[in-house]
Structures are given as structure tokens and as C-alpha cells.
Ligand binder design. Structure first.
Ligand code: ADP
Ligand code: MG
Ligand code: ZN
Length: 732
């Protein structure tokens, strides 16, 4: 059994490299995949860009049958399927854009089992005829992407999502995988309840996106600032979010007039135009998309280098999702927000027709936004705190508040005052009331609760309300206070806070940014975040990029489907000139090499010759890394039923050496199917004889077999091959 485990482990890694070209799993991917392969209900919460898709795509390939993927946006299904096509995976989609004929063919392919992943829109799933047809298909599991659409507390509620559970129940008792980037506890609970998967294994990843730089600037001379920012980022791909359609048009126009390749995107555009603009962005015909929040969910463009919020977003949750669309490939992602109180007031006005409860909820969300923008605390720490995660480092080095820290003061006494105020009012009040108590303001609440009698009352009267609000928020973010989950807005003392009250330790606080005064008061930092110096050959990188664009155009695919930026950067570092070298680049597997590799190899080859660059292939280094690469290559080739002679040639091994390698692979627990080769080489009668020998022998020793009389007529090669075959079949 131990062999089994080793084999599975290798197999997952091999599949990852072979199909997706990655050599390691990210974060929780591997245990999630195992959980799915074990047929368990699985709930995956991972930030945008962390790699959720792979969590269901890989098990779908390994599992018997077809995996159904429910995804909310019809417009993006094609994109997902294209990406998988790039990897050589047979995935398709079922939605209302297909013709009758296409649907008939699709259904046939599903029943025949040639399709591994079927993307389905929730609307299509609710159709009787589709359910009837899916009943006939062998389904491995159901994945529900963007599962937060189930919850009214999420930022993208879709009523049809609530019907999913009853639909898939009709298909039998299938394992369900729910995936989302939304982590607030309320939404989580909602999803689990609705999908009746309270018992599911939950995999919650850290929400820290280390490569994203967060910055908030006052909204003054915004157009000038924007143009300057775009000049600094010319040629890079980015998104500018605006609140209204009108603003989208205006800014898209402004950017175009200033010589940037920008296009608008909002729900008011003609669907054809909208789709074209989105495609142009994905295909790099356009660098910048200026959009309302209608744009973005499910957009998997990995090389978005910046996200600008021209207007203040409605919630931190939305802000986090939108900024999360930058830097998915792990490279630079610059998140810039322009902020003003005026925007908050505008947003507040939008809510005036809503019910009292809705208005109150929206107001609380806006308040969080305001705190975030004005706070002097590390942006990363604040965002993570919002999602219930503690960021422990003092300086993240990747946000404006850390790179340009605000002046600090000793806040020990102020924190003691705040904690006392919370304690003396019995942990039953929110921020505004606490501020009034501290400042000694006798309003009706203070009067009706008799809080003017408290010893803390009025002890902070020498500072203004904004000061105390800021102190309370910092006390909360540093976790001396907790939010009461049951009663929104109510603050309680945490364990850390209790300890602090007993024995106060010096604590530094900073004053909030002041966004109410004129721009000139606030120093506008135009310094950019520290961006790692490029270590790759940028000339080659640019050439590779243009080639990628050209091929993408020919094949009518988005460029990143061909190769992603990190892969191109690696190529421009290691100069691969053989298929094998190329396949070992992260993000590139043999599948992609065969599909797209030829022209890239030619380009690199020429480049290397012209510039007299010494490549890895010429410097033959025999290391364990190369050895394991050879092993992987052998396994992949056998998987593809390539003749052993050819594999020997490919790996620069003699046939003898190859056999030894294969034996090693086999004895370290990996199953190899050599049937295809044996069939052509050894006749069935002979095969049976050798097979019988090993079946009955006391030992699998090769020497013993070679010396056994019953096998006297067989060559060493035949015996060795049959022994491998036998071990693969029975020993694992
Ligand atoms: P999510 O759905 O969580 O927002 P995606 O599934 O779209 O994220 O993945 C984001 C990016 O991460 C993609 O460009 C994908 O190719 C890349 N990626 C996923 N898994 C890995 C991995 N194991 N190694 C390297 N890159 C990965
Ligand atoms: Mg996704
Ligand atoms: Zn920071």
C-alpha cells in the first residue's frame, strides 16, 4: 500500500507537469485535489488568482467520466475552454449560445466519454432536457465556480445559483466542489447551507496577495494623475474602474486621445461592441479597459499589471475582488485608488430608494471603505483583517502606508482609554457612541444610558472625533478589540485587549490621512512601488512576446493561452533550444511544446546563434535534477506509447540504460504500461510463458530468472521487459 501512495503522489505531480507545465502545486492545491479524488465534498476558498481552476481541472482529467463545471458567465466560458484547449484538454461548454446542431453533437460526445470537462451555465442546468441528458452521462463530480453567487450577502448574487443543488441531486449523489474567492463568514455559511454541504472539508487559503501593491491617493487633479500613471505604465495591460457608464466613456476617450490603446466596457454598450472590446483586451489589441464593475468576474487574463479605481468602490469586498484581477501570474500588480469623501456621498445617495435595512447595510460597507482609505495602517493588514486574517509583519513593503509611513505617536494611553470605554459600557456599543463617551458629549444615548457617570466619560475631550475614530479603528485592526458577529457594529474587548489593559505595553499609532483638505496639503507620492529589477533578457522577451501575439492571432486564441508571461521570462533566461528544455520551463508541458513550440524554438535558436549565447543544452550538467527530468520524460513518453528505441534516442541513453531507468521507475512505485510495445515485440505465447514464470517464482530477481531453465529460450531483454510489465501489473 505504501507503494500506492508514492505512485499517486508522483502521478499527480507528473500530470501537473505534463498537462499544465507546472512543476509544483501552489498553496493547498494538492490536498484539495486529493480530497476531490477521494470523492469528498470540498469547499475551496482562495483569493482571486491563487489557482482555483486547477483544483477541479486536474482531478477532472484523472477521474473516470465527465466533470460538470457550473460557471456564472456565459461570455467567459469560451475563454476557459480555449485555455484548456491550449493545454490539449478536451473541455466544452453548454449554454444558450449553442445551436441545436452543436448541442446534439456535444451531447453525443459527452455520452461517448471523450469530454473531460463540461462548463454549464446555471440557466442551462435548470432546463429539463439538459438534466435528462446529463442523467445518461457518467459524471465524476460537480464543481461550482464563483460559488458566492449563491449568497445574497455576496457581491454577485444570482438567483439561479440557488437552484443548483436540487438540479444536481437529480443526477444522483455526486461529490460537489464549491469554489469562491469570497471569504466573509456569512457568505461561507450561506453557501454551505444552500448546497447542503455543511460537512464538507473546507480549504481556506491565506488571502494575502504578496505581489500586489496597494495605494490610495486623494482624488485631486485626477485626470492629470491618471495620464501620468499611464505614461509610467505604457504598454502594460490594465483595468480602470469607474462608477458610471458616462464616466467610463469619458475616461476611455481621455486615454485614447492621449495616445493610449484603451476601450470602454459597460452594460449599456451594444453587446457586440462590448464583446469586441473585451476580446481586444484579452488579445492585447487594447492595453487598457475602462469599465464599470460589470467587467471582470471570471476574466482570467493573467498579466493584468494594474487596476485603477478612478472612483471609490462600494465595498472593500468588491475592491479586493477587483484589485485581485491584477498580477494573477504572480508578477507585478499595481492597485491604485483615487479617493474622496464626495464619492462616498454620491454612493450613499444611490441607496436612498432602498429599504431601511438595505440602506443601513450599504452604509456600513461604505464606512469600511472610508476607514480603509483614510487609515494610516498597512493596507494589506487592513484588507486581511477584513477577511478575518491577521497579517503579522510590521511593514509589508508593498503598500503606500508602509513605503511612506505616516508620522507616529505614542498611542498607549489612547488605547487604554478606548478599551476602558468599551469595558465600562459593557461591550454593547459601536464606534460613534464610544467616541461620544470618550469626548464627553452628552447626547440622548449618553443620557438615557447614564454614561456620563462613567470614569472614562470626557477623558478624551482634548482631541476631536476623527482622532478617536481613528484610534478605535487601529485598536480594532491590531486586534485589541473584536467585532461582535451577531450585532453588527458592536465592539468587544479581545483577549489581547484584556491582557493589554492589565499590563499596557507601548504602542505606536499614526494619524489618518486627511482627505478633506486641499490636494496641496497632502503630499502626492508619485514614487512607484519597488519593482524587482528584470533579470531576464528583455530583448528576447519582447521578441517572444511578439511571436506569441502573432501565433495567437493566427490561431484565434488569446496570447496567454499560448504561453504566459512567467514562462516567456524563463525562456528569456534559460534559452531552451530543444523540445525537452522547452517542456521543462515552468508553465510549459510537452502538450504545449507540440502545439506551439516549434516557432519559439526556432526563434530562440536563431537568437542564441546571432548573439553567441551559450545555452543549457551545451553545458551538459549531470545532476539529480536532470536525472529526475529524464525520468519524467520517460514516463511521459511511455504514456504516449512512444517506442522504447525512440525514447532511448530522445533521452540520450543506450537501450540497456533505458531499461535500467525504467526498472528504477517501476521499482520506486510508478505504474508503467508497456503493453503497446510488448505486443509488437514478443508474441503472446512467449509473453504468457515469462508471465507464468514470474507468477510462480519465489523471487523477482533478474539473475534467478536468467538462470532458470524454463526461460532458457528467451533473451535478457525480453525477460527484463516482461518483468517490468509484471511488476507494474501486480506489484502496485
Ligand atoms: P482563480 O480562479 O483562483 O482566480 P486561476 O485558476 O484563474 O485563479 O489561476 C490564476 C493563475 O495561476 C493562472 O494564470 C494559472 O495558470 C496560474 N497557476 C495555477 N496553478 C499554478 C501552479 N501550480 N503553478 C504556477 N501557476 C499556477
Ligand atoms: Mg477562477
Ligand atoms: Zn503595508
Amino acid at each position: 500500500m505504501t507503494m500506492m501512495v508514492a505512485e499517486e503522489k508522483d502521478e499527480l505531480k507528473l500530470k501537473l507537469k505534463e498537462v499544465f507545465g507546472y512543476s509544483t502545486f501552489r498553496g493547498n492545491q494538492e490536498i484539495i485535489i486529493r480530497n476531490i479524488l477521494d470523492g469528498k465534498n470540498t469547499f475551496v476558498i482562495m483569493p482571486t488568482g491563487a489557482g482555483k481552476s486547477l483544483c477541479y481541472q486536474l482531478p477532472a482529467l484523472i477521474s473516470d467520466g465527465l466533470a460538470i463545471v457550473i460557471s456564472p458567465l456565459i461570455a467567459l466560458m469560451k475563454n476557459q475552454v480555449d485555455q484548456l484547449f491550449g493545454y490539449g484538454v478536451n473541455a466544452r461548454f453548454l449554454n444558450s449560445t449553442l445551436t441545436k446542431g452543436e448541442i446534439t453533437r456535444l451531447k453525443k460526445d459527452c455520452v461517448n466519454g471523450v469530454i473531460k470537462l463540461l462548463y454549464v451555465a446555471p440557466e442551462s442546468l435548470t432546463k429539463e432536457e439538459n438534466i435528462e441528458f446529463l442523467k445518461k452521462v457518467n459524471v465524476s463530480f460537480v464543481a461550482i465556480d464563483e460559488a458566492h453567487c449563491i449568497s445574497e450577502w455576496g457581491h454577485d448574487f444570482r438567483p439561479e445559483y440557488r437552484k443548483i443543488k436540487s438540479m444536481i441531486q437529480q443526477l444522483g449523489n455526486l461529490p460537489v466542489v464549491a469554489l469562491t474567492a469570497t471569504a466573509t463568514p456569512k457568505v461561507q455559511l450561506d453557501i454551505q447551507k444552500n448546497l447542503q454541504m455543511e460537512e464538507a472539508d473546507i480549504f481556506l487559503s491565506s488571502f494575502n496577495r504578496k505581489n500586489l501593491y496597494y495605494e490610495v491617493r486623494p482624488k485631486k487633479e485626477t485626470k492629470k494623475q491618471l495620464i501620468k500613471f499611464m505614461r509610467d505604465n505604457k504598454g502594460k495591460s490594465g483595468i480602470v474602474y469607474c462608477l458610471s457608464r458616462k464616466k467610463v466613456e469619458e475616461i476611455a476617450n481621455l486615454l485614447s486621445v492621449n495616445g493610449f490603446k484603451a476601450a470602454p466596457y459597460h452594460a449599456g454598450l451594444d453587446p457586440d461592441v462590448r464583446e469586441k472590446n473585451q476580446d481586444d483586451f484579452l488579445n492585447e489589441e487594447v492595453d487598457i479597459i475602462v469599465a464599470t464593475i460589470a467587467f471582470g468576474m471570471g476574466i482570467d487574463k493573467p498579466d493584468v499589471r494594474f487596476v485603477v479605481h478612478y472612483d471609490v468602490p462600494k465595498s472593500l469586498e468588491g475592491y479586493y475582488q477587483e484589485t485581485g484581477r491584477s498580477g494573477r501570474d504572480g508578477l507585478e500588480g499595481y492597485c491604485l485608488m483615487f479617493y474622496s469623501h464626495n464619492d462616498l456621498n454620491k454612493l450613499e445617495k444611490f441607496n436612498k430608494d432602498k429599504s431601511v435595512q438595505e440602506r443601513e447595510n450599504a452604509r456600513i460597507l461604505l464606512q469600511e471603505m472610508e476607514y480603509y482609505a483614510e487609515s494610516p495602517v498597512c493596507r494589506r493588514r487592513q484588507l486581511l483583517h477584513y477577511f478575518g486574517e491577521e497579517f503579522k509583519e510590521d511593514n509589508c513593503g508593498m503598500c503606500d502606508n508602509c513605503v511612506h509611513p505616516r508620522e507616529r505617536f505614542d498611542g498607549t494611553e489612547a488605547v487604554v482609554t478606548v478599551l476602558n470605554a468599551v469595558k465600562q459600557t459593557n461591550e454593547r456599543f459601536g464606534l460613534n457612541h464610544l467616541v461620544n463617551v470618550i469626548r464627553g458629549i452628552e447626547d440622548e444615548y449618553v443620557k438615557s444610558y447614564g454614561h456620563f457617570d462613567l470614569t472614562v466619560f470626557g477623558t478624551g475631550s482634548d482631541e476631536d472625533a476623527d482622532f478617536w475614530k481613528s484610534v478605535i479603528r487601529q485598536t480594532l485592526i491590531y486586534q485589541y478589540l473584536d467585532k461582535d458577529i451577531e450585532n453588527i457594529g458592536v465592539l468587544k474587548i479581545s483577549k489581547r485587549g484584556e491582557a493589554f489593559l492589565k499590563k499596557p505595553m507601548p504602542i505606536e499609532l499614526a494619524r489618518d490621512h486627511d482627505f478633506t483638505t486641499d490636494a496641496e496639503d497632502e503630499e502626492v507620492s508619485t514614487d512607484r512601488a519597488p519593482v524587482n529589477a528584470k533579470s531576464y533578457d528583455s530583448a528576447l522577451f519582447e521578441m517572444l512576446k511578439s511571436l506569441r501575439k502573432k501565433i495567437a492571432k493566427e490561431k484565434n486564441l488569446p496570447p496567454y493561452v499560448i504561453f504566459q508571461d512567467p514562462s516567456l521570462e524563463e525562456m528569456a533566461t534559460t534559452y531552451p533550444i530543444t523540445k525537452e528544455d522547452l517542456a521543462s520551463v515552468n508553465g510549459v508541458g510537452m502538450g504545449k511544446v507540440n502545439k506551439f513550440g516549434k516557432e519559439f524554438l526556432e526563434l530562440i535558436q536563431n537568437y542564441v546563434e546571432e548573439n553567441e549565447i551559450e545555452t543549457a543544452t551545451e553545458v551538459v550538467v549531470k545532476s539529480s535534477v536532470n536525472k529526475s527530468k529524464t525520468k519524467i520524460l520517460i514516463i511521459q513518453q511511455i504514456d504516449k506509447k512512444v517506442d522504447l528505441e525512440e525514447i532511448a534516442e530522445l533521452t540520450h541513453l543506450s537501450f540497456e540504460e533505458l531499461l535500467t531507468e525504467i526498472e528504477n521507475i517501476c521499482y520506486s512505485g510508478t505504474k508503467l504500461n508497456l503493453n503497446y510495445y510488448l505486443e509488437a515485440l514478443i508474441d503472446p505465447q512467449k509473453q504468457d510463458d515469462i508471465h507464468d514464470y514470474f507468477m510462480n517464482a519465489e523471487t523477482d530477481s533478474l539473475d534467478a530468472a536468467l538462470n532458470d531453465d524454463s526461460l532458457a529460450d528467451y533473451s535478457e531483454e525480453e525477460i527484463r521487459l516482461m518483468r517490468i510489465h509484471f511488476m507494474s501489473e501486480y506489484a502496485h
